[in-house]
Write a protein that binds this ligand. Sequence first.
Ligand code: PLP
Length: 479
Amino acid sequence: MQHEYPRNGESTHPSSKKPKLSSKFITESDIRDEFSHHQQRVARINNGSYGSCPNSVLTAQRHWQLQFLRQPDAFYFNVLRDGITASREIIKDLINADHVDEVSLVDNATTAAAIVLQRIGRSFAEGKFQKNDTVLMLHCAFQAVKKSIQAYVTRAGGSVIEVRLPFPVNSEEEIISEFKKSIEEGKSNGRKIRLAIIDHITSMPSVVIPVKELVRICRAEGIEQVFVDAAHAIGSVKVDVKEVGADFYVSNLHKWFFCPPSIAFLYCKKSTSSSDLHHPVVSHEYGNGLPIESAWIGTRDYSSQLVVPAVLEFVNRFEGGIDGIMKKNHDEVVKMGKMLAESWGTNLGSPPEMSAAMIMVGLPSRLCLDSEEDAVMLRSHLRDRYEVEVPIFHQVSVDREEGVRDKDGFITGYLRMGKLAKCFIRNEKAVIKVGAGFHGITSVFCRLLMRAAFTVFKESYKRGAKSSAEELELLTNVI
Ligand SMILES: Cc1ncc(COP(=O)(O)O)c(C=O)c1O
């Protein structure tokens, strides 16, 4: 008999009705179809910010949306809760959690940070923590998370210790050593470190952090709770929450796990999850436990939380499933990064094994990238003029003597290369396009741009030169 609505864990979207492709892996042409909605000419080397959702998952999402619109009450009473539970069960298995109650679905990593940090804020407000007790985080923690600390912790009387991330970084030991130094500082004057926030993969610059080792150090040092911000993790590194051992662990599923925007899971270790954690948006389910609170935060579209079974079907069409995709993305991005670093005579921001699906590649010093503003400008220029989308990091050099040099000077800028592997979008073309983006369309232009350096480019950008011919003319005038 045909059920009108899916039972718990049962997927009814159209793609699930196709014969399963267990004996036959996805083909190049299937992949092209799956991502045919991507803007064609753009070299999108920034999968890290928003991810990529394939057509089969978008179809499944549409199916859930229509099901809701057809009979909202029946959907609310008979379908929604079970559908979300089915997604949580899948995630529980993927991340090796003990129990589905440890897994809540929320909109994004920012929401998860609010959940954890509001709880810390309440502890200050209710006098459980002393004024100046502290929260420890990496200095390159994601800006939204830093702002959340400011809003929920600092305003409530807490202080913050920042751990400097060495960059470029050569080994995990360099990070571990900085981390230990900051813990010492945090504990000075009798202060207590109430929470450590550790990125699993930092956003900018992007580096895979030895999170398991840092959590172990936190435990040994008596730090009460650890929150791992792993916004980029699932689908780009192996996630085993038991092995990591933190109290809280969040990862977006819309970055590297092919979900539509937006969905993240927040894992809360059983011992911690029973305590006072709440969704920042309070609704009917307040007080019924975070997973249930999060599953209804008022009328809205919950479809992105319901498509996890469809996403699993998608990734399982690849050889090796999500592990195979992870490996391919990593191998390809390392190859791309090495190719560019070699051709520019620069360096990678970390050894390949400290990168996952994103890698930092030094830009030639001749570009004279002097500020954050320059980085934003160059990024916009590459988007507007060359259809290359790539994040650019400006390296603030504390001591120029310590910086990394290429043959002309200190390297002050890095690209964050991170895109889906070759099978998704023609990778080499994207690399060539990046090269072209910096070097100009022709080699003459390239030579001029490099010789004239970034100051000229900035001039051209500010004046709003409309074409590369105009840009070339500007450059020629200066040289
Ligand atoms: C390390 C890190 N934390 C948090 C976030 C915030 O993610 P979202 O905007 O999905 O909340 C990001 C986004 O890129 C991130 O890289």
